[in-house]
Ligand binder design. Structure first.
Ligand SMILES: Nc1ncnc2c1ncn2[C@@H]1O[C@H](COP(=O)(O)OP(=O)(O)OP(=O)(O)O)[C@@H](O)[C@H]1O
Ligand SMILES: [Mg+2]
Length: 292
């Protein structure tokens, strides 16, 4: 899997090296969580590396996005627009939905062979362009499939209602269809402070972080994540321990299985075993092969 740098400080380590190339990422967060900031950082990083950028803005107009980007310390955004390396698509949910249905294939054909980064911010109005769940799924599925042909996509989603409740249609459908889902939790604490936590909910083909990480929005830098977390330390105590258990139980499993398990252990870390007890794992392996 080819990984590309997200442009968000501290995030790549949590995604097993970065975002998968030609994949679709969904970033979910409430108002003010930093979705537009993240979408901008993602595009900016690509432009720095010579990739094209397409910013589909469904909420704020182009001028507003540019203004905020400059305030965040990205003055060069103006040059990229002048040089036509960064393209803006300003649309309403209905307009963009019609664009997906009618014009997207020819747009993709025009951009054939491109290696772009595409930010869609936010995807929510596109979901709202129809109330039919099947149609919503078809629309978003088709859009992601097409856009992945010309680059790597990052779409943001608004989180409404109770913090952390991601069970509504408008979040569930894009979450299923995306390759990677990042949740930005921004909670006002009763003491008046703001707690910001980032969590990777899924990242296909990647050994990603499974815990929450503190993040900040810093003027001039954008989102900065603190990746430090004990579960991410590449500690190998558990696989080492399991190798010892395997040695003891060697006689209870076929030799080919024993050899394969020893080999597998070399590539694993403690956090790979966070959801399973070693005793249980060994017991079930023995049970699986007992009659071989
Ligand atoms: N110049 C700045 N310096 C520091 N922090 C900033 C600056 N500009 C914005 N922020 C922080 O970023 C937050 C807004 O981030 P952003 O616009 O990316 O959020 P969003 O998730 O897109 O919100 P919305 O859903 O309202 O569009 C602000 O609430 C503020 O905390
Ligand atoms: Mg925004």
């Amino acid at each position: 899997m080819n990984k590309i740098k997200s442009g968000v400080y501290g995030l790549n380590a949590l995604l097993d090296g970065g975002i998968n190339e030609n994949s679709a990422t969904v970033v979910i967060g409430c108002s003010g969580a930093g979705k537009t900031t993240l979408a901008t950082q993602f595009i900016r990083r690509g432009l720095e590396m010579g990739q094209e950028g397409i910013f589909v803005s469904l909420d704020e107009n182009k001028e507003q996005i540019i203004k905020e980007a400059i305030q965040m310390g990205w003055k060069k955004i103006v040059d990229y627009i002048d040089e036509e390396k960064l393209v803006f698509i300003d649309a309403s949910g209905h307009e963009f939905s019609a664009f997906i249905k009618k014009e997207l294939p020819s747009f993709v054909a025009d951009w054939k062979g491109a290696n772009a980064r595409i930010s869609i911010d936010p995807l929510t109005p596109v979901m709202w362009s129809t109330s039919d769940r099947y149609e919503q799924r078809e629309l978003i599925g088709f859009m992601l499939k097409e856009t992945r042909k010309v680059g790597t996509v990052l779409a943001t989603l608004e989180e409404h209602g109770m913090a952390g409740d991601l069970s509504g249609n408008e979040t569930v459908i894009p979450m299923y269809l995306a390759d990677c889902v990042i949740h930005l939790k921004s909670i006002h604490s009763p003491e008046g402070g703001l707690q910001r936590r980032l969590k990777i909910l899924k990242c296909r083909s990647s050994r990603h972080s499974k815990t929450e990480h503190q993040y900040a929005i810093v003027k001039g830098l954008g989102i900065v994540v603190d990746p430090d977390n004990s579960s991410l330390m590449p500690s190998r105590d558990v696989p080492d321990k399991f190798r010892k258990v395997l040695e003891e139980k060697k006689g209870s499993i076929p030799n080919r299985v024993y050899l394969r398990l020893v080999e597998i252990m070399e590539d694993l870390r403690d956090d790979d075993f966070s959801d399973i007890k070693l005793d249980t794992l060994m017991r079930e392996i023995i049970a699986e092969y007992q009659n071989d």
